[in-house]
Design a binder for this molecule. Structure first.
Ligand SMILES: Cc1cc2nc3c(=O)[nH]c(=O)nc-3n(C[C@H](O)[C@H](O)[C@H](O)COP(=O)(O)OP(=O)(O)OC[C@H]3O[C@@H](n4cnc5c(N)ncnc54)[C@H](O)[C@@H]3O)c2cc1C
Length: 382
């Protein structure tokens, strides 16, 4: 009898999982993907968008074409995971599943971010679009990039944002009049990737005269005084602020009994199985503890590889095949530096006792790699 696999969230991991399932399963089995948005958008390009090198239209695409690829797309906000009855509630209907893949990503908590003309949440499309206009008109003063809380998705992105801004402002000849500062609760950039990579990135920031202010936990933001208040009574002013808002898991996973102590979903690090039969979770919504006690960073590359493993294993179970795959903690990322160059970090985050991550010599090739990957992403899945 045909099985139904429901995927919650058509972001990075959900999209890959749906396609991989379709590849391995015949049409007798139904694959349903649900997302509250009509469009899928490619997060890494938000950084190019804030500098005006992309338009919002160029970095998003409709999810409707999935229906022509044997994947049923349902647009609607999931309001309940009814685990005991194997049902998903969406658009006032109840959809039945045999297997469930939870790929709901991370939510941005915007309540601590005042709405003003100088503060921009560049981690979402609307905020990045507004930031783009403000940055284009900014001539003089202090731009701050603030990581407001941990964990947050893409450990590299705030640093890339600062480096790309540095390049963009230099091109407009305004960089000499603009102080660029990063504030973060981390002790080094991208700490999970280890101290060597962190120190290399810190040196790059120093060379580019971008201030790196570590170990600072945001307490509050004052939009009218244009001030960031940190714990330990430190206050920093800004003229324009790009903020990474606090991230939080969807309350749905807690209601469904899938969440762990931190609210994120604990999964088997290799199989991505939750504690419940036939329910898997992947990507940003998961909590995976590494051998060194830190958590696996929230990054698209991991969501992607995890999705492949989940799809392969579900399909082979349905097809009565003993073949299984495991997620091995490997991942890589481009690190945009501006001036047409990028770095490339690659490694094994499951290595013990510490992740083994190598930062390759920055160059043009990695920047081209990132440009190519953006094209490939839309071509491959849509
Ligand atoms: C600026 C920026 C740059 C980045 N650059 C990189 C990079 O270079 N490399 C990299 O590896 N990662 C990068 N990332 C991180 C990467 O985009 C995420 O880690 C990745 O998208 C996580 O995939 P996911 O499938 O877990 O979640 P998401 O891609 O966030 O997908 C979750 C989906 O669930 C949907 N959803 C949520 N709640 C509901 C609901 N109740 N009902 C229906 N649908 C719902 C959302 O609409 C969304 O489409 C970047 C992120 C940012 C913000």
């Amino acid at each position: 009898m045909g099985k139904t696999i429901i995927i919650l969230g058509a972001g990075t991991g959900g999209i890959v999982c749906a396609h991989e399932l379709r590849k391995h399963l015949n049409q007798e089995h139904k694959i349903i993907i649900i997302d509250k948005n009509e469009y899928h958008f490619f997060y890494p390009s938000l950084l190019w968008l804030i500098c005006g090198w992309r338009t919002p239209e160029q970095i998003q695409t409709s999810l409707e074409p999935l229906n022509k690829k044997g994947i049923e797309f349902v647009q609607g906000e999931v309001v309940k995971i009814d685990r005991s009855n194997h049902l998903i509630e969406v658009n006032g209907k109840h959809l039945n599943y045999d297997y469930l893949v939870v790929s709901l990503g991370a939510e941005l908590n915007k309540t601590s971010i005042p709405k003003t003309e100088t503060i921009f949440n560049f981690y979402c499309l609307a905020g990045a679009k507004q930031a783009r206009a403000a940055i284009a008109n900014f001539k003089k003063g202090k731009i701050a990039v603030l990581i407001s809380a941990l964990p947050f998705r893409c450990p590299a992105a705030p640093y890339e944002a600062a480096l790309l801004l540095d390049y963009f402002l230099a091109g407009k000849n305004t960089r000499k009049d603009i102080d660029l500062q990063i504030f973060t609760p981390e002790n080094l950039p991208m700490p999970t990737a280890g101290p060597v990579l962190g120190r290399s990135l810190k040196q790059i920031l120093e060379k580019r005269k971008i201030g790196f202010n570590p170990n600072l936990k945001m307490r509050s933001l004052d939009g009218s005084l244009r001030e960031i208040r940190f714990e330990a009574e430190r206050v920093e002013s800004f003229d324009l602020l790009l903020v990474v808002p606090p991230h939080q898991p969807s309350p749905l996973v807690n209601q469904a009994g899938l969440a762990g102590e931190t609210g994120w979903v604990p999964v088997d690090p290799k199989t991505l199985k939750t504690k419940y039969e036939k329910i898997y979770a992947l990507g940003d919504i998961t909590a995976i503890k590494l051998p060194n006690g830190k958590m696996l960073p929230k990054a698209g590359v991991f969501a992607h590889y995890q999705a492949e493993v989940i799809a392969y294993n579900i399909a082979h179970e349905i097809n009565d095949s003993p073949m299984r795959k495991e997620f091995n903690g490997r991942g890589s990322c481009f690190l945009e530096l501006g001036y047409g160059r990028a770095g490339f970090a690659k490694g094994n985050f499951y290595a013990s006792p510490e992740p083994l991550v190598k930062l390759y010599q920055p160059g043009k090739i990695w920047h081209w790699g990132k440009l190519f990957f953006e094209r490939w992403w839309f071509w491959k899945w849509f």
